[in-house]
Design a protein around this ligand. Sequence first.
Ligand code: C2E
Ligand code: CA
Ligand code: CA
Length: 724
Amino acid sequence: MLKFPGWRIEPKARTLFALVAVGCVGFAVAIIALMYSSLAVVTNKANQIYETRSIEYVQGAILTSLTRMTARVEDNTVWDDAVAHIYTDRQDDNWFYATWGAVAQDGRDYDGIYILDEKFAVVTGYVSGQKVDPAAVSLGSGLDALINVHRDNLQTGKTAVSGMTRSSRGIAIAGIGLIRQTDGTLSGKGSTKRYLVMTRHLSAGMLKELSDAFRIDEIRLTDRSGSTKPYLQLEDASGLELARLSWTPRQPGAEAAEAARSGIQTIAWLIGGLILLMFAVAGYSLMKFAQGEQVARTFAFTDNLSGLPNRRALFDQLRRVDKKRGAAHKAVVFIDLDGFKDVNDIYGHATGDKLIMIVAAALKEFLPNHGALARMGGDEFALLLGGKDADARAQIFAEKSLDFLTKPIRIGERTVQIGASIGIASGDLKAVRSQELFRRADLAMYHSKSTGKARITWYNDELDAQRLRKQAIETGIRDGLKRGEFDVVYQPIIDARSGRMASVEALVRWPGRPDGELFPDQFISIAESSGLIQALGEFVLRRACKDLSLVPELQLSVNISPAQFRDVEFESKVAAILAEIGFPADRLELEVTEGYLIENPERAIAAVSALKALGVSMALDDFGTGYSSIGYLRRYDFDTIKIDKSLASQVDRDPQAAALVAGTVNIANALGLAVTAEGVETEDHVRLLRLAGCQYLQGYYFSRPKPLAEVLGNAATEKTAARA
Ligand code: C2E
Ligand code: CA
Ligand code: CA
């Protein structure tokens, strides 16, 4: 069976699902990105802080060294013993060496020590314990600048000072102070002055000590071009750059980041996991929702008796088919069971339900590939088929279905006989919408039903033309009744024995129809199916009663259509018309055909007995064409049987027809009913029917239906065959 495409997750749900997914992932990415970007900011900031801090440290270390140098020079210059040994004409080299020169050897506190005279010229000195040639010593411009800046303080012996300088041996911290007595003065030395200079070079060893003390990696001396960040500029007292100290930045931020990274990764995994969970939960509930919707859809689109898709499902499918316009050729088969209502009425709804299930199961068996079968409701089924050979397959399906449905069907203990009226329509969806195909199949089915049932009708344009003509006639009847286009004519009913006109049958005519006169066979059934027969029937009854009220010696027969019987007020309407005109009920006979008696026996019995209670006679019309059951005659208490002209007019040719007529008369006599033979056209008919025992005769032989005046005028000159 064709899967109706509605039973999938709705696109709506799918979009929602995608949105949730994108939302979740987006959220996760945002959070992780935020974490990483803030980590980067923190890293940078930490690195920056470290850089500034490390510069401050190195600067502090240099300043400390300078301060220490000043203090050391101060310690060694304010000293009476030194004044005694240095301010002599003959310098005491031994003392100088023992006191200072030897110390300079280890280079721990200072690596060079010099004595300068009042002009700041080197007098003597030791470098790493070796006496130097004063002329060859160069202590660098840094020392000159230091002396220049602090000349006054130095000369008065107020303080010692230190600064940076570049000697011939490299960058050094140099301290200088006036050698003076403990009380700070120099007495008796005249203008002679001796200064003590101490140097300490920034050796690899010293830098290593610095690095270790301040936990700064690889502090090294560079020149301007060789420096890397961070660095500290080393200047002399005049502000001139001498060199730079550079070191390897530690980047604690990066370390922190490295340390934090695993934490962040854990968090990222956590968030990822959480989002996956959220996603799973959202997905699950969406799926549940979609499933719920699907169940609801399945429920709404399924006929629960047959399990087939229902009308809604088929129309939904048709809408999709129309939208797609894919496989253009489609065929629709419409099946309507005949006689299903009888099964329901006679055996009950449980049996009717079982029958529907059996029929649905059978139709499923015949279902062609890719066909969509649906129960349209009640006893209607429809099949939608696509593809090039759809027509042939539709025909085969219809034939198989009809074959099955017209054979007796077993329902448990019972066997029922139903049938089916089938309509098929096919066409190209580019030209015809599927809904229209459906309507056409329905129309074709109705044609099958109205032309004898148990058949297959293919839609053609003529069916629509017929429908339009029918509609036009319907409107014509409605308007014609208002405009007085209808008329009533009368056909005599002759007493077979006396040959006298006993009664007349009123027959409707439509002479005033603008498009030309139509005869009852062409419009009565349309009036019946449209409900207009009520008004038309009332018109005929009223007119006939009026006309006949002036001819008291004649009885009146009026035709009643089964559709009029359906109106529960029919009996009271008849009574009202009789009263209104003052027409005696016992002069009126109503003719009904069998159809409605079978259709709705209870109502028919009630109507017939109510009418008979009024005093009206009842005739069973067209006897011999339908079921013609004796049972009906007994049940309904008719007064007259009218043998149909198709039977009566055969008595002279067909011995079987003659026998049937004779039999009917016998039964009627036994039941106390009168018999009227219709369609009497020849003298032979008259003779044979009278011989058979028919009490009344009616037919062209006596008179065609005519206006009452003509019928009455002819009465004098009418053929009195009976007397002959
Ligand atoms: P019906 O009730 O069987 O009426 C007799 C029909 O047979 C009439 O046709 C009449 O003209 C025709 N007929 C009479 N004698 C002969 C004959 O010797 N040979 C042939 N071949 N036909 C004969 P009409 O008037 O065309 O009516 C046809 C049917 O239309 C009626 O058949 C009746 O069923 C229905 N009908 C007519 N008038 C009314 C009406 O006022 N109300 C209802 N409900 N039905 C009507
Ligand atoms: Ca009749
Ligand atoms: Ca008749």
